[in-house]
Design a protein around this ligand. Sequence first.
Ligand code: FE2
Length: 149
Amino acid sequence: MTETPDSPSNGREGTPLPLLAWKSEYSLGIPAVDHEHRELFELINDLHATLLVPGSGTTVMDFLGELFSKISSHFALEEKLMRDGGYADFAAHKSDHERLLDEIRDLMDDYEDGGYVDLNRFAADLERWFSVHFSTHDAALHRWSAPSA
Ligand SMILES: [Fe+2]
């Protein structure tokens, strides 16, 4: 595998820098949940790596569309858990999910209208969103769903 000259590398040949970096502060200390969140990051990074492969045929629109569907299915699982269990803060938690999905939809609309998508800025916004959401809404949800964890 050869490296393209303009793709950032972490030193391993042909491996681009991940779009999202997992930070220890994202961990809630609940293994199953942390595993799921890490998996979501990996999926997003894998999608992004595909986008960087020359000739892969993956477009920014494909990338954003797939990313949107991975994130929404993760959210749908959490929302089912909350709905089924009669979680008191369901509305607030769901609306935070909706806020991120709306932002991604807006980005896709802008891109479709010929706008430029700055993926690094998008990644920074995503990391900021995840960092706040994990440590507030998700932490509260998982304290509720697994009080002994
Ligand atoms: Fe959540």
